[in-house]
Design a protein around this ligand. Sequence first.
Ligand SMILES: NC(=O)c1ccc[n+]([C@@H]2O[C@H](COP(=O)([O-])OP(=O)(O)OC[C@H]3O[C@@H](n4cnc5c(N)ncnc54)[C@H](OP(=O)(O)O)[C@@H]3O)[C@@H](O)[C@H]2O)c1
Length: 253
Amino acid sequence: MGILDRFRLDDRVAIVTGASSGLGATFARTLAEAGADVVLGARRIEKLDETRAAVEKLGRRAVAVRTDVAEPDDCQTLVDAAMTEFERVDVLVNNAGIGTAVPATKETPEQFRQVIDVNLNGCYWMAQAAAKVMAPGSSIVNISSVLGLTTAGLPQAAYSASKAGLVGLTRDLAQQWTPRKGIRVNALAPGFFTSEMTDGYQEGYLDSQLPRILAGRIGDPEDLATALIFLCSDAGSYVTGVTLPVEGGLLTS
Ligand SMILES: NC(=O)c1ccc[n+]([C@@H]2O[C@H](COP(=O)([O-])OP(=O)(O)OC[C@H]3O[C@@H](n4cnc5c(N)ncnc54)[C@H](OP(=O)(O)O)[C@@H]3O)[C@@H](O)[C@H]2O)c1
């Protein structure tokens, strides 16, 4: 097998949560470009259908399932749909997430819990359901954030805690599943990438962070998708339990 062939995902099956917009939609298309069929989960089914159509245009099969990752039953249903349609799950990309910025003295228990429920607990429910059916050689990638490793000027206790929690979750699931099941578990820690989430930032915020980014620019979603393909394909077969920053050098400051 040639070195570049190890990045191919031909005939593998990948689940992507949060595939209705932003990075998740790019991940779904990129996985399809690498050869995978994809199973798409998020709450906005009409937006998921747009991603499904984009994947089918690339010549791969896709299934869209309305999913709230905060609900363990929905996570099981998404994995069941993959098994019904494709009879296997090789890759899980835990990408669904919400971002908030609320001063700690003002944040309500419900606000804090909702972020943890989606960003951290949702990844765990998905990983639990997927690991039961994944064969050796499979791979899980959790989408953490640089906010799990540093601060960036906004009051983001809930978001940062959820993303730092994913670093620990990733390490522990790798420890449990790589030796016993042959499932690799890794995380990506993205810096700033254009998406619906970053579109929601107040004007001037991204510019305020630019001086920290050695590459001198906000990331393009495809800069991240290439790292995803590395982690979830055989190219990354000796990598497990790590959180890989893809942030243009932001973490050096
Ligand atoms: N963009 C960045 O710069 C950046 C940096 C670091 C990390 N990240 C992480 O990357 C991931 C994707 O974010 P994005 O930037 O692409 O933002 P986005 O465009 O807002 O995408 C978030 C996705 O998560 C889905 N989602 C939210 N709550 C959900 C729930 N309860 N159940 C299922 N799906 C849910 C949304 O779909 P529905 O609304 O249809 O459910 C949407 O598809 C997030 O985990 C985010 O924290 C992003």
